[in-house]
Design a protein around this ligand. Sequence first.
Ligand code: EPZ
Length: 427
Amino acid sequence: MDRIIIRGGRPLNGRIAISGAKNAALTLMPCALLTDEILELQNLPRLADVDSFMHLLNQLGVSTMVKGAKGDGFSRTMTLKASDIASTVAPYDIVRKMRASILVLGPLLARAGEATVSLPGGCAIGNRPIDLHLKALQALGAEIELAAGYVKATAPEGGLTGGTISFPTVSVGATENALMAAVLARGTTVIENAAREPEITDLAQCLIAMGAEIEGLRSDTLTIHGKDRLHGAAYQVMPDRIEAGSYACAAMITGGALELANAREDSMHAILAGLKDAGGEVEILDNGIRVSANGATRPLSLSTAPFPAFPTDMQAQFMSMLALADGTSLLTETIFENRYMHVPELSRMGADIEVRGRSAVVRGVDHLVGAPVMATDLRASMSLVLAGLAARGETQVNRVYHLDRGYERLEEKLSAVGADIERVSDG
Ligand code: EPZ
């Protein structure tokens, strides 16, 4: 298993190219199942989860080809073609490693009339049910059967039919599955209380490029007029707002200044507002955002919530930054039930954090001290890297496979802006 060694205390300065968004890529790739023509996805990030998803799609009969990197040498183009659907089964051994595999359920059902997907099960941050996904597909006429750890969805004769899907709570994945099923349903579908995350808008725009008819983009009500078929398209994956926010925290926590190339302000308002409230300087550039520390970090009171509010995927990274703030902060995690796994590890580095139910009280300390720490999930891993960048001495982050799921070439990007960081392989 690889680990990352960081010797902290160096301000980071320079330019980091932000890659394509993981959470957009993982919902754009299954769109290939909706047509027998070529879908070309540009600016796809080089991530473990993207590779896992590609292998799953290959098993379903999608032929894929990756073209070389362009520009900053990070982004790549993938072409995907589902001439025929060879299988409608997403097996346990793939789904258990990457729960986003559930996103083949809607498109497979729409294209092939059936889908059998292993139940994803829980993960470190919560039990991650899929009841909202299943209710959405039932509203379009699907029969749902649960057996032996799998969900089997079957469309009626003649295919799915449009309907009204009203989500009791906001779900990004369920909105994505509903969208990808509705575009080939007969008639009109209305999705109420839809998630409004930028990745949903990216998905809708890609589907529109493929010939879908969708109204209400960026709102919480999406109206889809189903089509008989979709055609191929070329689409550019949006930049990763969470990667950008994570490196912005790296600038703040090390007292440096970073230009986040390709980052887009319109997907990051709440993150940028949080950085400014914490005392950071934020400058919107022609093709990016510059974030600079500006003296001591100020404490914050923040609560995570669905977009456009402060994203749960940035909670752990902000916690590391606030561990060194000039005062006491209060963070409240309203989306997932167990997203404080980074707290015990940060405490081992000298942070003063007390978890009280869904909230964490973060009392700023003068400094952190490097230590061997354990990554538990993707964003928690990044919070430990951030703490290591600021800490005195050496930090060793173990189980970095978590990081590789969501951060492309992390140590290359950080060392290029002055970090003393290296990856050590035990293999
Ligand atoms: C997506 O997960 C993201 N993953 C997550 O990012 C992100 O944290 C989350 O949205 C919230 O923004 C991908 O896009 C691949 P949800 P998803 O359905 O779709 C409950 C990262 O670090 N729920 O919006 O699984 C659920 O338990 C990852 O990049 C149900 O109850 O999130 C949670 O409490 C982590 N029933 C809440 O809704 C359901 O059927 C929000 O989950 C579905 C969800």
